[in-house]
Design a protein around this ligand. Structure first.
Ligand code: SF4
Length: 391
């Protein structure tokens, strides 16, 4: 390809991106590799503004780490534990309720259930805990705990338990406002020996895509996203974002896409691995906005960028994710969430309006088939006429 052809290709890609037409793979690559960061950020911000205006959202959530046991060993994970390790735990119904009630007192509206993937498949201790609660699968226990929290507190559950089959999704739909699973990346290469998913059977990309698809077939609003900085290439990031877009085009159920940046932590196999720079994070976020288009909700967690977090707004995001006033972030416990007041100040200083949303994004609140009538009742009690949270 001559230099002239290459630069025309970049110009065409920029033009298409500016109009909010989701770019194709070749165009996304041209944008990611050849456009300066300031220009990329400017276009991503323009595209966000077409559908989101100046609104940036967040959800007041309480974090419920139902179990830290997990059958996978992702090399970047600090959350998972083996039985007997400090912090290894399965929460009892009483513990779940106590945390949820504390969240309710702090005026949270979302109960985010995060947990390891299928620990009962490898740990007798997990099977024994579940047996004492009259369950055989963690996913069934999870569904029961979501139901308990919904009934007793009115907080809206959002379950994030790893790979889910159709049966589990059917049960979770009875009590969840939305569910989630990070795609992480579609690259099977990352499962090779020495790479981060080598010992993580639930990180097989087709399994994760199948979960996203099964949720789509059931009209369940879905949160997913990619993790960057774990050894993936730019092409693999773009392929992952395109796979998410394709799912959404088919089922219309992806409510938000998260771009999460790897952070090195002392006790993980990847402790000395280089973290992606802020510039890299901004570039990927901007490309994500241009792939996903103006309407998709794009989120970056503020606590993983420390004091630089307000700069993420430059890259076309329109959501900060769940902010917890009462529980720390158990996935990244060393990274304190910025206080909501700080989030508001920094967001508004950049000309945006910070608004509280529910575990279900406003555009899904008004769509009938995304909720059972039972969950709908609870959502209606918390949503205003425009679908954002009240009070
Ligand atoms: S599946 Fe989730 S909880 Fe389990 S090791 Fe991987 S990142 Fe950690």
């Amino acid at each position: 390809m001559t230099q002239g052809t290459a630069s025309r290709r970049v110009e065409t890609a920029l033009e298409r991106a500016r109009h909010g037409r989701g770019v194709n793979r070749e165009e996304a690559l041209a944008l990611a590799q050849s456009v300066s960061l300031p220009e990329l950020l400017e276009v991503a911000s323009q595209v966000r503004e077409k559908a989101k205006g100046k609104t940036v959202s967040f959800s007041k959530k309480v974090f419920i780490p139902l179990t830290t046991l997990c059958r996978d060993y992702c090399s970047y994970c600090t959350f998972r534990k083996d039985p007997g390790q400090p912090g290894a735990h399965f929460m009892t119904p009483e513990e779940v309720l106590a945390v949820a009630e504390e969240g309710k007192r702090a005026r949270c509206k979302e109960a985010l259930f995060s947990l390891g993937d299928q620990p009962e498949r490898i740990f007798p201790e997990a099977r024994e805990f579940l047996r004492r609660q009259s369950f055989t699968r963690t996913l069934d226990y999870l569904a029961a705990m979501c139901e308990l929290v919904l009934e007793r507190t009115g907080l809206l559950p959002h379950a994030n338990p790893g790979v889910m089959d159709g049966e589990a999704l059917d049960k979770l739909k009875e009590s969840n406002a939305s569910v989630g699973l990070m795609l992480e990346n579609v690259s099977v290469r990352l499962m090779r020996d020495g790479l981060p998913h080598a010992k993580a059977p639930d990180k097989v990309p087709t399994l994760r895509l199948r979960t996203i698809e099964e949720a789509g077939k059931r009209s369940m609003a879905f949160t997913t996203g990619i993790l960057i900085g774990i050894g993936e290439t730019m092409e693999e990031r773009i392929d992952s974002l395109l796979a998410i877009r394709e799912m959404h085009e088919k089922y219309g159920h992806i409510q938000e896409v998260i771009v999460q940046n790897f952070r090195a932590k002392p006790d993980i196999p990847m402790a000395h691995y280089a973290e992606p720079s802020l510039a890299e994070m901004l570039r990927v976020l901007a490309v994500a906005r241009l792939i996903l288009g103006a309407k998709m909700n794009l989120q970056a967690p503020p606590n993983l960028s420390y004091d630089d977090f307000p700069r993420l707004l430059d890259a076309g995001i329109n959501d900060w994710g769940g902010i917890s006033p009462v529980t720390k972030d158990f996935i990244n416990p060393e990274a304190a969430w910025p206080q909501i007041a700080k989030l508001q100040k920094e967001t508004e200083e950049r000309g945006f309006l910070l608004r509280e949303r529910l575990a279900l994004y406003p555009e899904f609140v008004t769509q009938e088939n995304f909720l059972t009538s039972h969950v709908r009742e609870k959502v209606n009690a918390l949503a205003g006429p425009d679908g954002f949270a009240t009070g």
